[in-house]
Design a protein. Structure first.
Length: 118
């Protein structure tokens, strides 16, 4: 069964950090472009960051540039999102995705909740 499973979400104070992980099972991430999306309450899902299959190309939403870092470890079949200097507006459900298109889109994880609040 093809699966992406996120972990690492939780409650953090403004200014804090979290590291999200997304592990693939049933298939290999190598050769796929991958990315992270998020959905805040009452809002549409938005793209946060993407990384190419080789890891050589990345991009970020303007709202997270300089604070978030996307990475991948093909040997571990896992991708990551390091989130620093978190703000309340970063609150939402974070989803990882993989696929042949830029930023994935073919396979999706179930999501992990990130809440930034004092």
């Amino acid at each position: 069964q093809l699966q992406l499973v996120e972990s690492g979400g939780g409650l953090v104070q403004p200014g804090g950090s979290l590291r999200l992980s997304c592990a693939a099972s049933g298939f290999t991430l190598r050769g796929y472009n991958v990315g992270w999306f998020r959905q805040a309450p009452g809002k549409e899902r938005e793209r946060v960051s993407c990384i190419s299959s080789s890891g050589s190309s990345t991009n970020y939403a303007d709202s997270v540039k300089g604070r978030f870092t996307i990475s991948r470890d093909n040997a571990k079949n896992t991708m990551y999102l390091q989130m620093n200097s978190l703000k309340p507006e970063d609150t939402g459900i974070y989803y990882c995705t993989a696929g042949s298109s830029w930023c994935g889109g073919a396979y999706w994880g179930q999501g992990t909740q990130v809440t930034v609040s004092s």
